[in-house]
Write a protein that binds this ligand. Structure first.
Ligand code: GP9
Ligand code: MN
Length: 622
């Protein structure tokens, strides 16, 4: 019988194809990933390939066939173990493995007990490629002319691998802009760049964090604490404790900017209910209040209001520092007898919330699994705000009191899609579809908040609660300056872009009667001290950078994560110092002291987070 002659790199080629297909079949059988279109399916299919080409390709540098085969076999074993572990983990946590989860001691109990229970006999199929490769190694004879690899062929091979990676990243970026810089969600990452690349990315992020943390020894704390103490604002005794013992309900108003409040669009009131609240005697409305978020968007706003510290410069602190020790508002409330939770009808791993909430001491996360999304109740990113609020109030009734919860709305999210029946007002008529639709989704959200207030009253929880509502970040980016200029009837300058970062903030205290509009310049970092003081909880010892807005010592000064800043007299943006009255650029010297101060403050905040400095102040950890 004639012996088949196998081409030289048959084992390598078989290995790549076998692992590629085993991985893809693993994806579709083990993970419940939402695939919306053919392109996403294609990306999912191709995404293991670049990594496999690289990793198996290293075999080309090995001289002996034996070594090469051992290497290829080991790679297939390791990739199979990675897929298998993720599948088992997913059965229990509906999430992919991330390094901090393996190191968080609180997870260990859950992990070890659930691993055994979650292994299935057919999991052996994750090792199909290993078996195929073992057979290939056994039965395919070593190529005779052995092995000095020609470097030209090798180069070509890696050029192909790099091209595959670029195509993969390019298609992913088109599907989901800023995927890697914002790193929203493990599921999105796996869907787009694949499990293997995702683990490398995770390793990279986590080791960067780890290195910075390892260098800190706590000695840095004194300087930071001095700065913080010097800026502490003593609460106004008239306001301290006015809402003591009440439930506190935070409502994160997705993408809501302040320019729509008390405003019209082609004769249509945009936020009638919120407008009413601005004149309500039980409501404080803050109309000179800024978001301070960066790339972490909603998650940054959560981080800021929980900790009164800045998010990270690039990337989301929810992802990079979920292993840190924090002194969050939720933790403080928990110590004061509150049951703490977050309610948000989205996948729990989005923004790494499931992990980060543990670090923030939040007792319960009512994620999408806690909601029933009926026919016609979802649009755009997920559950519509009206049913979300309705079901959330039902859930609130089951919470032990006093409770603190944060409800995160979703409908008013880019690209601002809405079902016809939910359009209460017509779209705007500018050249920006985004802005045109924005007014409609904002109008819908306003309606949802109105219904929420009614439901809360009917539930009997209203009188004993306070409701704190704030816009989480901008909704209309600078890309829409032209359309925004048309709406506001002026040309939008960098100065205006700063002012457009104002988001509304409301503190509604049922029965209080002395509410008013407060024009003190303030920002999201101030939420924590302001609210805790209203509840009669001191923050004097806390490492926070915001201040109680009701305090006579509150300093009117807002720093953005990107270094822009607002004072009572100036706005500093893109290396220009603007007069706040005229909006005209003025002598840049005038902004210098504020720039220094902002640099110091952002630097100290980074120091706390990168060095995980709060672990040195946390009594439980000692
Ligand atoms: C996702 C929601 C929106 O769960 O919070 O996030 P965003 O894109 O606004 O940061
Ligand atoms: Mn958001």
């Amino acid at each position: 019988m004639k012996r088949v002659t196998w081409p030289k790199h048959s084992v390598l080629v078989i290995a790549i194809i076998a692992t590629w297909l085993t991985t893809y079949i693993g994806y579709i059988t083990s993970f419940n990933m939402k695939i919306d279109n053919m392109m996403q399916e294609f990306i999912l299919f191709m995404n293991p390939l670049s990594f496999l080409l690289f990793i198996y390709g290293l075999a080309l540098f090995m001289k002996s066939t034996k070594r090469r085969n051992i290497y290829i076999f080991s790679v297939s074993l390791i990739t199979s173990i990675i897929m298998f572990s993720n599948a088992v983990f997913y059965r229990f946590f509906s999430d992919f493995i991330t390094l901090p989860v393996l190191f968080q001691t609180s997870n260990f109990g859950d992990l070890s007990s659930s691993i055994g229970a979650n292994i299935r006999p057919w999991d052996i199929l994750f090792f199909t490629d290993v078996i195929i490769i073992a057979l290939a190694i056994k039965f395919i004879p070593a190529a005779e002319s052995s092995v000095s690899q020609r470097s030209i062929g090798r180069k070509l091979y890696f050029v192909v691998a790099a091209t595959v990676l670029m195509v993969n990243l390019g298609l992913s970026e088109a599907q989901r802009p800023q995927l890697l810089t914002r790193s929203f969600d493990r599921e999105l990452l796996v869907k787009n760049i694949g499990t293997y690349n995702y683990h490398i990315y995770d390793l990279f992020i986590q080791s960067k964090t780890h290195a910075q943390r390892a260098l800190a020894d706590g000695s840095e704390l004194t300087e930071v604490a001095n700065y913080i103490n010097a800026n502490y604002a003593e609460p106004d005794p008239k306001m301290f404790g006015v809402a003591e013992g009440r439930n506190v309900i935070f409502v994160s108003l997705e993408s809501l900017q302040n320019f729509v409040i008390n405003n019209e669009m082609n004769g249509h009131e945009i936020t009638p209910f919120l407008n009413e609240l601005t004149n309500d005697p039980d409501t404080f409305y803050f109309d000179n209040f800024y978001h301070q978020t960066g790339l972490g968007k909603t998650s940054d706003s959560e981080f800021i209001m929980e900790n009164s510290l800045y998010g990270r410069n690039g990337g989301a602190v929810f992802f990079t520092n979920s292993g840190n020790t924090f002194n969050s508002m939720s933790e403080r409330l928990g110590e004061n007898g509150y049951f703490t939770s977050v309610m948000h009808a989205n996948n729990k791993s989005f923004w790494n919330r499931d992990i980060m909430y543990q670090a923030l001491g939040i007792e319960k996360f009512y994620d999408v699994e806690s909601y029933e999304i009926g026919e016609g109740q979802a649009v755009n990113w997920g559950m519509k705000d009206i049913p979300f609020f309705e079901q959330s109030v039902e859930l609130m009734k089951t919470m032990p009191q006093p409770f603190s919860t944060r409800m995160i709305t979703l409908t008013n999210h880019h690209p601002f899609d809405l079902d016809e029946e939910d359009m209460i007002i017509p779209p705007y008529d500018s050249n920006s579809k985004t802005l045109n639709k924005y007014f409609q989704t904002v109008r819908y959200m306003d309606e949802a908040v109105k219904i929420f207030f009614e439901d809360l009253k009917n539930s009997g929880l209203y009188d004993n609660s306070i409701i704190v509502m704030y816009g989480d970040h901008y909704g209309i980016s600078e890309n829409h300056n032209k359309a925004m200029g048309m709406y506001l009837d002026k040309e939008i300058t960098p100065f205006d872009n700063v002012e457009l970062q104002k988001v509304p903030m409301f503190i509604h205290i049922p029965g209080y009667g002395k509410g008013k509009t407060i024009d003190e310049l303030s920002g999201q970092l101030d939420i924590r001290p302001t609210v805790l003081h209203l509840l009669g909880i001191s923050t004097k010892e806390d490492m926070q950078m915001g201040a109680d807005i009701f305090s006579p010592d509150h300093e009117p000064f807002v720093i953005f994560r990107d270094g822009r800043l607002v004072t009572e007299d100036y706005i500093y943006a893109h290396e220009a110092c603007y007069d706040i009255e005229t909006g005209e650029a003025t002598d840049s010297q005038a902004c210098e002291p504020y720039i220094d101060r902002a640099t110091t403050e952002l630097g100290y905040s980074d120091l706390i987070i990168n060095g995980d400095l709060l672990r040195f102040t946390d009594k439980e950890e000692e």
